[in-house]
Design a protein around this ligand. Structure first.
Ligand code: BG6
Length: 532
Protein backbone atom coordinates (compact mmCIF):
# COMPACT_ATOMS: atom_id res chain seq x y z
CA UNK A 1 0.00 0.00 0.00
CA UNK A 2 1.30 3.47 -0.73
CA UNK A 3 0.00 6.98 -0.63
CA UNK A 4 1.28 10.01 -2.52
CA UNK A 5 3.07 12.88 -0.90
CA UNK A 6 2.34 16.03 -2.81
CA UNK A 7 5.89 17.24 -3.16
CA UNK A 8 6.29 19.19 -6.36
CA UNK A 9 9.62 19.38 -8.06
CA UNK A 10 10.10 22.67 -9.88
CA UNK A 11 13.15 24.04 -11.64
CA UNK A 12 15.17 26.19 -9.28
CA UNK A 13 16.35 28.80 -11.79
CA UNK A 14 14.52 30.58 -14.59
CA UNK A 15 13.85 29.92 -17.35
CA UNK A 16 13.14 26.19 -17.55
CA UNK A 17 15.63 24.54 -19.85
CA UNK A 18 12.81 22.99 -21.86
CA UNK A 19 11.55 26.41 -22.81
CA UNK A 20 14.94 27.74 -23.93
CA UNK A 21 14.52 26.27 -27.35
CA UNK A 22 17.02 24.44 -29.41
CA UNK A 23 18.92 25.71 -32.36
CA UNK A 24 17.03 25.38 -35.65
CA UNK A 25 17.99 22.73 -38.16
CA UNK A 26 20.27 23.11 -41.15
CA UNK A 27 18.59 23.93 -44.46
CA UNK A 28 17.79 20.68 -46.24
CA UNK A 29 15.35 18.69 -48.31
CA UNK A 30 13.89 15.72 -46.50
CA UNK A 31 13.31 13.04 -49.13
CA UNK A 32 10.73 10.81 -47.51
CA UNK A 33 10.59 7.32 -48.98
CA UNK A 34 7.28 5.70 -48.02
CA UNK A 35 5.53 9.08 -47.95
CA UNK A 36 2.00 7.67 -48.07
CA UNK A 37 2.64 4.96 -45.49
CA UNK A 38 1.63 4.51 -41.86
CA UNK A 39 4.68 5.98 -40.20
CA UNK A 40 4.62 9.08 -42.36
CA UNK A 41 0.94 9.70 -41.67
CA UNK A 42 0.97 8.86 -37.97
CA UNK A 43 4.26 10.40 -36.84
CA UNK A 44 6.50 12.06 -39.40
CA UNK A 45 4.23 14.73 -40.91
CA UNK A 46 3.24 15.88 -37.46
CA UNK A 47 6.86 16.08 -36.34
CA UNK A 48 7.76 18.21 -39.35
CA UNK A 49 4.72 20.39 -38.69
CA UNK A 50 5.58 20.82 -35.00
CA UNK A 51 9.15 21.76 -35.85
CA UNK A 52 7.82 24.41 -38.21
CA UNK A 53 5.43 25.61 -35.52
CA UNK A 54 8.33 26.02 -33.11
CA UNK A 55 10.35 27.74 -35.83
CA UNK A 56 12.97 25.05 -35.73
CA UNK A 57 12.92 24.44 -39.47
CA UNK A 58 15.10 26.54 -41.71
CA UNK A 59 13.25 28.59 -44.32
CA UNK A 60 15.04 26.42 -46.87
CA UNK A 61 13.64 23.21 -45.45
CA UNK A 62 11.64 21.24 -48.01
CA UNK A 63 9.78 17.95 -47.84
CA UNK A 64 9.80 15.75 -50.92
CA UNK A 65 7.49 12.78 -50.49
CA UNK A 66 8.27 9.71 -52.60
CA UNK A 67 6.08 6.67 -53.05
CA UNK A 68 4.54 4.49 -55.75
CA UNK A 69 1.18 6.25 -55.99
CA UNK A 70 0.92 8.73 -58.87
CA UNK A 71 0.04 11.83 -56.83
CA UNK A 72 0.44 15.48 -57.74
CA UNK A 73 2.04 17.95 -55.33
CA UNK A 74 -1.46 19.26 -54.58
CA UNK A 75 -2.91 15.83 -53.80
CA UNK A 76 0.06 15.03 -51.58
CA UNK A 77 -0.29 18.31 -49.70
CA UNK A 78 -3.96 17.46 -49.07
CA UNK A 79 -2.93 14.04 -47.83
CA UNK A 80 -0.40 15.59 -45.43
CA UNK A 81 -2.93 18.07 -44.09
CA UNK A 82 -5.53 15.37 -43.57
CA UNK A 83 -2.96 13.19 -41.77
CA UNK A 84 -2.06 16.12 -39.49
CA UNK A 85 -5.67 16.42 -38.39
CA UNK A 86 -5.92 12.68 -37.88
CA UNK A 87 -2.75 12.30 -35.88
CA UNK A 88 -3.24 15.22 -33.53
CA UNK A 89 -5.80 17.15 -31.64
CA UNK A 90 -7.44 19.78 -33.94
CA UNK A 91 -6.51 22.59 -31.66
CA UNK A 92 -2.80 21.98 -32.21
CA UNK A 93 -3.03 22.36 -35.98
CA UNK A 94 -2.47 26.00 -36.71
CA UNK A 95 -3.57 26.79 -40.28
CA UNK A 96 -1.08 29.69 -40.55
CA UNK A 97 1.76 27.32 -39.82
CA UNK A 98 0.42 24.87 -42.37
CA UNK A 99 0.16 27.67 -44.89
CA UNK A 100 3.86 28.47 -44.41
CA UNK A 101 4.82 24.85 -44.78
CA UNK A 102 2.47 23.86 -47.59
CA UNK A 103 4.42 25.54 -50.38
CA UNK A 104 7.57 23.69 -49.33
CA UNK A 105 5.98 20.25 -49.65
CA UNK A 106 6.38 18.29 -52.91
CA UNK A 107 5.85 14.81 -54.24
CA UNK A 108 7.57 12.55 -56.75
CA UNK A 109 6.08 9.18 -57.71
CA UNK A 110 8.74 6.49 -58.09
CA UNK A 111 9.22 2.74 -58.23
CA UNK A 112 12.13 2.42 -55.84
CA UNK A 113 13.01 -1.10 -56.95
CA UNK A 114 14.06 0.20 -60.39
CA UNK A 115 17.03 2.43 -61.20
CA UNK A 116 14.80 4.48 -63.56
CA UNK A 117 12.58 5.33 -60.59
CA UNK A 118 15.25 7.63 -59.22
CA UNK A 119 15.29 9.91 -62.25
CA UNK A 120 12.09 11.66 -61.17
CA UNK A 121 13.60 12.34 -57.75
CA UNK A 122 16.77 13.78 -59.28
CA UNK A 123 14.67 16.15 -61.37
CA UNK A 124 12.43 17.28 -58.54
CA UNK A 125 15.38 17.88 -56.26
CA UNK A 126 17.16 19.93 -58.91
CA UNK A 127 14.06 22.14 -59.20
CA UNK A 128 13.63 22.47 -55.43
CA UNK A 129 17.29 23.30 -54.88
CA UNK A 130 17.54 25.75 -57.78
CA UNK A 131 17.25 28.83 -55.61
CA UNK A 132 19.19 27.43 -52.68
CA UNK A 133 22.91 28.15 -52.33
CA UNK A 134 25.02 25.12 -53.18
CA UNK A 135 26.39 24.65 -49.67
CA UNK A 136 22.83 24.72 -48.31
CA UNK A 137 21.49 22.04 -50.64
CA UNK A 138 21.66 19.35 -47.96
CA UNK A 139 19.65 16.16 -48.32
CA UNK A 140 18.09 13.95 -45.68
CA UNK A 141 16.85 10.61 -47.01
CA UNK A 142 14.29 9.01 -44.70
CA UNK A 143 13.62 5.28 -45.14
CA UNK A 144 10.02 4.83 -43.93
CA UNK A 145 9.69 1.75 -46.13
CA UNK A 146 9.36 -2.01 -45.73
CA UNK A 147 12.69 -3.85 -45.40
CA UNK A 148 12.66 -5.26 -48.96
CA UNK A 149 13.21 -1.71 -50.24
CA UNK A 150 16.27 -0.96 -48.08
CA UNK A 151 18.72 -2.62 -50.39
CA UNK A 152 17.54 -1.14 -53.72
CA UNK A 153 17.44 2.34 -52.19
CA UNK A 154 20.92 2.03 -50.67
CA UNK A 155 22.28 0.87 -54.01
CA UNK A 156 20.50 3.46 -56.11
CA UNK A 157 21.18 6.56 -54.04
CA UNK A 158 24.84 6.80 -55.08
CA UNK A 159 24.26 5.25 -58.50
CA UNK A 160 21.73 7.94 -59.41
CA UNK A 161 23.99 10.69 -58.05
CA UNK A 162 21.45 11.57 -55.33
CA UNK A 163 23.82 10.79 -52.47
CA UNK A 164 27.48 9.90 -52.73
CA UNK A 165 29.60 8.54 -49.92
CA UNK A 166 31.17 11.43 -47.98
CA UNK A 167 34.09 10.31 -45.85
CA UNK A 168 34.68 13.70 -44.30
CA UNK A 169 31.86 14.59 -41.89
CA UNK A 170 32.46 18.31 -42.45
CA UNK A 171 31.72 18.14 -46.20
CA UNK A 172 28.90 20.44 -47.30
CA UNK A 173 26.30 19.99 -48.61
CA UNK A 174 25.70 16.93 -46.46
CA UNK A 175 23.89 13.71 -47.38
CA UNK A 176 22.34 11.77 -44.49
CA UNK A 177 20.26 8.59 -44.33
CA UNK A 178 17.71 7.85 -41.64
CA UNK A 179 16.98 4.15 -41.48
CA UNK A 180 13.93 2.83 -39.66
CA UNK A 181 13.72 -0.51 -37.93
CA UNK A 182 13.58 -3.42 -38.44
CA UNK A 183 17.28 -3.27 -39.16
CA UNK A 184 17.58 -6.86 -40.34
CA UNK A 185 15.50 -9.87 -39.39
CA UNK A 186 18.26 -11.51 -37.36
CA UNK A 187 21.98 -11.15 -36.77
CA UNK A 188 22.94 -12.52 -40.18
CA UNK A 189 20.68 -10.23 -42.17
CA UNK A 190 21.53 -7.24 -39.96
CA UNK A 191 25.26 -7.82 -40.58
CA UNK A 192 24.65 -8.10 -44.32
CA UNK A 193 22.60 -4.92 -44.34
CA UNK A 194 25.20 -3.07 -42.27
CA UNK A 195 27.92 -4.26 -44.61
CA UNK A 196 26.00 -3.00 -47.62
CA UNK A 197 25.22 0.36 -46.02
CA UNK A 198 28.81 0.89 -44.86
CA UNK A 199 30.27 -0.17 -48.17
CA UNK A 200 28.20 2.57 -49.77
CA UNK A 201 28.15 5.30 -47.10
CA UNK A 202 30.30 6.45 -44.19
CA UNK A 203 28.98 5.62 -40.69
CA UNK A 204 28.55 9.33 -39.88
CA UNK A 205 26.01 9.58 -42.74
CA UNK A 206 23.79 6.82 -41.33
CA UNK A 207 21.21 7.49 -38.60
CA UNK A 208 19.60 4.23 -37.42
CA UNK A 209 16.52 5.38 -35.65
CA UNK A 210 15.15 3.89 -32.44
CA UNK A 211 12.44 6.32 -31.50
CA UNK A 212 12.57 5.32 -27.82
CA UNK A 213 15.87 7.17 -27.59
CA UNK A 214 14.13 10.35 -28.63
CA UNK A 215 11.69 10.23 -25.71
CA UNK A 216 12.52 13.02 -23.30
CA UNK A 217 12.36 10.80 -20.24
CA UNK A 218 14.73 8.26 -21.77
CA UNK A 219 17.28 10.99 -22.43
CA UNK A 220 16.81 12.15 -18.88
CA UNK A 221 18.18 8.86 -17.58
CA UNK A 222 21.76 9.94 -18.29
CA UNK A 223 21.27 13.38 -16.78
CA UNK A 224 19.57 11.88 -13.74
CA UNK A 225 22.34 9.40 -13.18
CA UNK A 226 25.24 11.70 -13.74
CA UNK A 227 23.76 14.80 -12.15
CA UNK A 228 22.53 13.49 -8.82
CA UNK A 229 25.09 12.64 -6.19
CA UNK A 230 22.51 10.92 -4.01
CA UNK A 231 21.79 8.21 -6.57
CA UNK A 232 24.90 7.47 -8.60
CA UNK A 233 26.83 5.91 -5.69
CA UNK A 234 23.91 3.51 -5.18
CA UNK A 235 23.73 2.42 -8.82
CA UNK A 236 25.10 -1.10 -8.42
CA UNK A 237 24.55 -4.59 -7.06
CA UNK A 238 25.34 -3.56 -3.49
CA UNK A 239 22.24 -1.41 -3.31
CA UNK A 240 19.91 -2.51 -6.09
CA UNK A 241 18.09 -5.81 -5.88
CA UNK A 242 16.50 -5.85 -9.32
CA UNK A 243 15.19 -3.70 -12.17
CA UNK A 244 11.89 -4.05 -14.03
CA UNK A 245 11.49 -2.54 -17.47
CA UNK A 246 7.94 -2.56 -18.81
CA UNK A 247 6.66 -1.44 -22.19
CA UNK A 248 2.96 -2.24 -22.18
CA UNK A 249 0.63 -1.28 -24.99
CA UNK A 250 -3.15 -1.20 -25.05
CA UNK A 251 -3.30 -1.43 -28.81
CA UNK A 252 -3.22 -4.69 -30.74
CA UNK A 253 -1.40 -5.15 -34.03
CA UNK A 254 -3.51 -2.43 -35.69
CA UNK A 255 -3.71 -3.83 -39.20
CA UNK A 256 0.02 -4.62 -39.25
CA UNK A 257 -0.63 -8.38 -39.03
CA UNK A 258 1.47 -9.17 -42.06
CA UNK A 259 4.58 -7.51 -40.63
CA UNK A 260 3.92 -8.68 -37.10
CA UNK A 261 3.46 -12.35 -38.02
CA UNK A 262 7.05 -12.34 -39.22
CA UNK A 263 8.42 -10.12 -36.48
CA UNK A 264 6.72 -11.01 -33.19
CA UNK A 265 7.24 -9.06 -30.01
CA UNK A 266 10.95 -9.79 -29.53
CA UNK A 267 11.98 -8.34 -32.89
CA UNK A 268 9.40 -5.58 -32.68
CA UNK A 269 10.15 -4.29 -29.18
CA UNK A 270 13.03 -6.06 -27.41
CA UNK A 271 15.89 -6.21 -29.89
CA UNK A 272 15.73 -2.42 -30.12
CA UNK A 273 13.63 -0.40 -27.66
CA UNK A 274 13.85 -2.52 -24.51
CA UNK A 275 17.53 -3.32 -24.91
CA UNK A 276 18.21 0.38 -25.37
CA UNK A 277 16.35 1.17 -22.16
CA UNK A 278 18.33 -1.52 -20.39
CA UNK A 279 21.63 -0.25 -21.80
CA UNK A 280 20.97 3.32 -20.68
CA UNK A 281 20.03 2.13 -17.20
CA UNK A 282 23.00 -0.19 -16.78
CA UNK A 283 25.85 1.47 -18.69
CA UNK A 284 28.85 3.08 -17.09
CA UNK A 285 28.65 6.85 -17.35
CA UNK A 286 30.51 7.93 -20.47
CA UNK A 287 33.50 10.26 -20.31
CA UNK A 288 31.62 12.78 -22.46
CA UNK A 289 28.18 12.90 -24.03
CA UNK A 290 29.65 12.65 -27.51
CA UNK A 291 27.84 10.12 -29.73
CA UNK A 292 30.69 7.64 -29.72
CA UNK A 293 31.40 7.78 -25.98
CA UNK A 294 27.72 7.14 -25.20
CA UNK A 295 27.45 4.36 -27.74
CA UNK A 296 30.70 2.70 -26.62
CA UNK A 297 29.31 2.33 -23.10
CA UNK A 298 25.97 0.97 -24.32
CA UNK A 299 27.74 -1.62 -26.42
CA UNK A 300 29.75 -2.81 -23.39
CA UNK A 301 26.51 -3.53 -21.54
CA UNK A 302 24.99 -5.42 -24.46
CA UNK A 303 28.17 -7.49 -24.73
CA UNK A 304 28.04 -8.38 -21.04
CA UNK A 305 24.51 -9.84 -21.19
CA UNK A 306 24.53 -13.51 -20.28
CA UNK A 307 23.00 -15.75 -23.01
CA UNK A 308 19.26 -16.12 -22.53
CA UNK A 309 19.38 -19.78 -23.54
CA UNK A 310 21.77 -22.13 -21.80
CA UNK A 311 21.10 -25.77 -22.69
CA UNK A 312 17.41 -26.29 -21.97
CA UNK A 313 17.20 -23.41 -19.51
CA UNK A 314 15.50 -20.41 -21.09
CA UNK A 315 15.25 -17.14 -19.18
CA UNK A 316 12.20 -15.96 -21.05
CA UNK A 317 8.49 -16.59 -21.55
CA UNK A 318 6.18 -15.83 -24.45
CA UNK A 319 2.43 -15.59 -24.93
CA UNK A 320 -0.25 -14.32 -27.27
CA UNK A 321 -3.32 -12.23 -26.57
CA UNK A 322 -6.71 -13.90 -26.52
CA UNK A 323 -10.01 -12.02 -26.84
CA UNK A 324 -10.67 -9.76 -23.91
CA UNK A 325 -11.83 -6.34 -22.83
CA UNK A 326 -9.80 -3.15 -23.17
CA UNK A 327 -11.24 0.09 -21.76
CA UNK A 328 -14.65 -1.53 -21.48
CA UNK A 329 -14.66 -2.64 -25.12
CA UNK A 330 -14.55 -6.28 -26.27
CA UNK A 331 -11.55 -6.83 -28.55
CA UNK A 332 -10.56 -9.84 -30.67
CA UNK A 333 -7.65 -12.14 -29.95
CA UNK A 334 -4.45 -12.00 -31.99
CA UNK A 335 -5.43 -14.96 -34.17
CA UNK A 336 -8.58 -13.12 -35.24
CA UNK A 337 -6.70 -10.05 -36.45
CA UNK A 338 -6.47 -9.40 -40.22
CA UNK A 339 -3.52 -11.08 -41.98
CA UNK A 340 -2.82 -13.34 -39.00
CA UNK A 341 -2.87 -17.13 -39.39
CA UNK A 342 -5.69 -18.76 -37.39
CA UNK A 343 -3.12 -21.13 -35.84
CA UNK A 344 -0.35 -18.52 -35.48
CA UNK A 345 2.21 -19.11 -32.72
CA UNK A 346 3.71 -15.61 -32.98
CA UNK A 347 4.17 -14.15 -29.50
CA UNK A 348 2.65 -10.76 -28.78
CA UNK A 349 4.04 -10.73 -25.24
CA UNK A 350 7.41 -11.70 -23.81
CA UNK A 351 9.18 -11.38 -20.51
CA UNK A 352 12.93 -11.84 -20.16
CA UNK A 353 15.20 -12.28 -17.18
CA UNK A 354 18.46 -10.64 -18.15
CA UNK A 355 21.72 -10.90 -16.22
CA UNK A 356 24.64 -8.62 -16.88
CA UNK A 357 27.99 -10.20 -16.18
CA UNK A 358 30.05 -7.24 -15.07
CA UNK A 359 31.27 -5.93 -11.73
CA UNK A 360 28.49 -3.42 -11.32
CA UNK A 361 25.55 -5.71 -11.96
CA UNK A 362 26.56 -9.32 -11.34
CA UNK A 363 23.60 -11.11 -9.75
CA UNK A 364 21.07 -8.28 -10.26
CA UNK A 365 18.25 -9.47 -12.51
CA UNK A 366 16.81 -7.05 -15.05
CA UNK A 367 13.30 -8.17 -15.94
CA UNK A 368 12.03 -6.92 -19.27
CA UNK A 369 8.43 -7.30 -20.41
CA UNK A 370 6.44 -6.00 -23.31
CA UNK A 371 3.13 -6.89 -24.83
CA UNK A 372 0.29 -5.71 -26.98
CA UNK A 373 -3.25 -5.49 -25.67
CA UNK A 374 -2.25 -5.17 -22.07
CA UNK A 375 -4.20 -3.52 -19.27
CA UNK A 376 -2.78 -0.09 -19.83
CA UNK A 377 -0.38 1.85 -22.05
CA UNK A 378 2.64 2.28 -19.88
CA UNK A 379 6.41 2.35 -20.26
CA UNK A 380 8.56 2.58 -17.18
CA UNK A 381 11.84 1.55 -15.60
CA UNK A 382 11.52 0.60 -11.94
CA UNK A 383 14.73 0.29 -9.96
CA UNK A 384 14.19 -1.57 -6.70
CA UNK A 385 16.71 -1.21 -3.88
CA UNK A 386 17.56 -3.81 -1.26
CA UNK A 387 15.41 -3.87 1.83
CA UNK A 388 17.44 -2.18 4.57
CA UNK A 389 19.04 -4.45 7.16
CA UNK A 390 17.09 -2.93 10.03
CA UNK A 391 13.65 -4.07 9.14
CA UNK A 392 12.37 -1.87 11.90
CA UNK A 393 10.11 -4.68 12.97
CA UNK A 394 10.01 -4.44 16.70
CA UNK A 395 10.81 -0.75 16.52
CA UNK A 396 8.06 0.23 14.17
CA UNK A 397 5.07 -2.01 13.61
CA UNK A 398 3.65 -2.56 10.18
CA UNK A 399 0.52 -1.21 8.59
CA UNK A 400 -2.19 -3.85 8.37
CA UNK A 401 -1.59 -6.32 5.56
CA UNK A 402 2.11 -5.53 5.17
CA UNK A 403 4.55 -8.44 4.99
CA UNK A 404 7.61 -6.39 5.87
CA UNK A 405 9.16 -3.05 5.26
CA UNK A 406 8.96 -2.42 1.53
CA UNK A 407 12.08 -1.62 -0.48
CA UNK A 408 12.68 1.82 -1.95
CA UNK A 409 11.72 1.94 -5.60
CA UNK A 410 12.75 4.58 -8.08
CA UNK A 411 10.40 4.64 -11.05
CA UNK A 412 11.17 6.42 -14.30
CA UNK A 413 7.82 6.96 -15.98
CA UNK A 414 8.60 7.10 -19.67
CA UNK A 415 4.99 7.35 -20.84
CA UNK A 416 2.33 8.46 -20.25
CA UNK A 417 2.43 10.98 -17.37
CA UNK A 418 6.18 11.40 -17.78
CA UNK A 419 8.11 11.84 -14.59
CA UNK A 420 9.91 10.12 -11.74
CA UNK A 421 8.54 8.62 -8.55
CA UNK A 422 10.55 7.71 -5.48
CA UNK A 423 8.84 5.31 -3.15
CA UNK A 424 10.05 5.28 0.41
CA UNK A 425 8.95 4.29 3.88
CA UNK A 426 7.44 6.72 6.34
CA UNK A 427 6.03 6.48 9.79
CA UNK A 428 2.25 6.76 9.87
CA UNK A 429 1.51 9.99 11.69
CA UNK A 430 -0.30 9.73 14.95
CA UNK A 431 1.03 6.29 15.78
CA UNK A 432 3.49 6.12 18.60
CA UNK A 433 7.15 5.45 18.00
CA UNK A 434 7.54 3.24 21.02
CA UNK A 435 7.86 -0.45 20.43
CA UNK A 436 5.07 -1.38 22.76
CA UNK A 437 2.57 0.99 21.22
CA UNK A 438 2.66 -0.71 17.79
CA UNK A 439 3.50 2.31 15.65
CA UNK A 440 3.34 1.89 11.91
CA UNK A 441 5.38 2.44 8.72
CA UNK A 442 3.95 2.59 5.23
CA UNK A 443 5.16 3.33 1.70
CA UNK A 444 4.69 6.81 0.30
CA UNK A 445 5.45 8.16 -3.16
CA UNK A 446 7.28 11.36 -3.93
CA UNK A 447 6.45 12.51 -7.43
CA UNK A 448 8.04 14.63 -10.06
CA UNK A 449 6.07 15.21 -13.25
CA UNK A 450 7.36 17.13 -16.24
CA UNK A 451 4.02 18.79 -16.61
CA UNK A 452 4.12 20.27 -13.11
CA UNK A 453 7.77 21.17 -13.15
CA UNK A 454 8.13 22.65 -16.60
CA UNK A 455 4.55 23.23 -17.73
CA UNK A 456 5.28 22.26 -21.30
CA UNK A 457 4.28 19.43 -23.58
CA UNK A 458 7.23 17.16 -24.12
CA UNK A 459 8.24 17.00 -27.76
CA UNK A 460 7.35 13.67 -29.38
CA UNK A 461 10.36 11.46 -29.99
CA UNK A 462 10.30 11.80 -33.78
CA UNK A 463 10.42 15.56 -33.57
CA UNK A 464 13.53 15.50 -31.40
CA UNK A 465 15.23 12.94 -33.60
CA UNK A 466 14.45 14.67 -36.90
CA UNK A 467 15.95 17.88 -35.60
CA UNK A 468 19.00 15.97 -34.38
CA UNK A 469 19.57 14.62 -37.89
CA UNK A 470 19.31 18.11 -39.34
CA UNK A 471 21.88 19.25 -36.80
CA UNK A 472 24.16 16.25 -37.37
CA UNK A 473 23.89 14.95 -33.81
CA UNK A 474 23.96 11.15 -33.78
CA UNK A 475 23.99 10.65 -29.99
CA UNK A 476 20.42 9.35 -29.92
CA UNK A 477 20.84 6.99 -32.86
CA UNK A 478 22.19 3.46 -32.80
CA UNK A 479 25.58 2.63 -34.22
CA UNK A 480 26.06 -0.48 -36.37
CA UNK A 481 27.70 -2.49 -33.55
CA UNK A 482 24.84 -1.69 -31.16
CA UNK A 483 22.37 -3.15 -33.64
CA UNK A 484 24.51 -6.27 -34.04
CA UNK A 485 24.96 -6.80 -30.31
CA UNK A 486 21.21 -6.39 -29.87
CA UNK A 487 20.73 -9.28 -32.28
CA UNK A 488 23.44 -11.23 -30.44
CA UNK A 489 21.20 -11.09 -27.38
CA UNK A 490 17.91 -11.97 -29.04
CA UNK A 491 18.99 -14.36 -31.81
CA UNK A 492 19.62 -17.45 -29.63
CA UNK A 493 16.24 -16.96 -27.98
CA UNK A 494 14.45 -16.52 -31.30
CA UNK A 495 16.24 -19.57 -32.73
CA UNK A 496 15.30 -21.62 -29.71
CA UNK A 497 11.68 -20.55 -29.80
CA UNK A 498 11.36 -20.97 -33.53
CA UNK A 499 12.83 -24.47 -33.37
CA UNK A 500 10.66 -25.38 -30.35
CA UNK A 501 7.18 -24.17 -31.25
CA UNK A 502 4.94 -24.50 -28.20
CA UNK A 503 2.52 -27.44 -28.13
CA UNK A 504 -0.08 -25.05 -26.86
CA UNK A 505 0.45 -21.34 -27.15
CA UNK A 506 0.10 -19.69 -23.77
CA UNK A 507 -2.42 -16.88 -23.91
CA UNK A 508 -3.41 -13.89 -21.82
CA UNK A 509 -6.75 -12.18 -22.04
CA UNK A 510 -6.56 -8.80 -23.79
CA UNK A 511 -6.72 -6.07 -21.18
CA UNK A 512 -4.66 -7.91 -18.54
CA UNK A 513 -1.05 -7.72 -17.37
CA UNK A 514 0.12 -10.84 -19.22
CA UNK A 515 0.38 -14.61 -18.72
CA UNK A 516 0.89 -16.62 -15.54
CA UNK A 517 4.31 -17.83 -16.68
CA UNK A 518 5.61 -14.26 -16.50
CA UNK A 519 4.70 -14.14 -12.82
CA UNK A 520 6.54 -17.42 -12.26
CA UNK A 521 9.67 -15.96 -13.90
CA UNK A 522 9.96 -13.46 -11.05
CA UNK A 523 8.60 -15.66 -8.30
CA UNK A 524 11.58 -18.00 -8.67
CA UNK A 525 13.76 -15.09 -7.52
CA UNK A 526 11.34 -14.00 -4.82
CA UNK A 527 10.02 -10.95 -6.69
CA UNK A 528 6.72 -9.80 -8.21
CA UNK A 529 5.87 -7.57 -11.15
CA UNK A 530 4.78 -4.11 -10.26
CA UNK A 531 1.13 -3.54 -11.07
CA UNK A 532 1.05 0.15 -11.82
C1 BG6 B 1 7.23 0.46 -32.70
C2 BG6 B 1 6.64 -0.91 -32.86
O1 BG6 B 1 8.61 0.44 -32.90
O2 BG6 B 1 6.95 0.95 -31.40
C3 BG6 B 1 5.16 -0.89 -32.60
O3 BG6 B 1 6.88 -1.39 -34.18
C4 BG6 B 1 4.86 -0.27 -31.25
O4 BG6 B 1 4.61 -2.19 -32.67
C5 BG6 B 1 5.58 1.07 -31.11
O5 BG6 B 1 3.47 -0.09 -31.16
C6 BG6 B 1 5.44 1.60 -29.70
O6 BG6 B 1 5.90 2.91 -29.66
P1 BG6 B 1 5.38 3.92 -28.57
O7 BG6 B 1 6.20 5.14 -28.79
O8 BG6 B 1 3.92 4.12 -28.81
O9 BG6 B 1 5.62 3.28 -27.24
Amino acid sequence: MSSTLSIRAVPSGPPPASIRRRQYGDPCTMVLFGATGDLARKKLFLSVFDLEKKRLLHKNFFLLGVDRQPLTDGAFRDLVREALYQSSDRKFIDEDVWHNLRGRVFYAPADLTQPEGYGAIVERLAAIERDVGEAEANRLFYFAVPPFLFEPIVRNLPASGLAPRLDDPTTRPWRRLVVEKPFGHDLKTALALNALVLETFAEHQVYRIDHYLGKETVQNMLVFRSGNAIFEPLWNRQHISHVQITAAEEVGVEGRGQYYERAGVVRDMFQNHLLQLLALTAMELPTTLSPNDVRDEKVKVLRAIRPLVAGERVSAVRAQYAPGVVRGKAVPGYRDEPHVAPDSTTPTYAALRVLIDNGRWRGVPFYLRSGKRMAKRLTEIAVTFHVPPYLMEGVVGLAPGRQGVAPNVLIFRIQPDEGITLRFEAKVPGTALALTEGSEATSVDMDFTYDDAFGVHLPPAYETLLLDVMLGDATLFTRSDEVSFGWHVTDPLLDHWESHPPERVETYAAGTWGPASADALLQQDGFRWREP
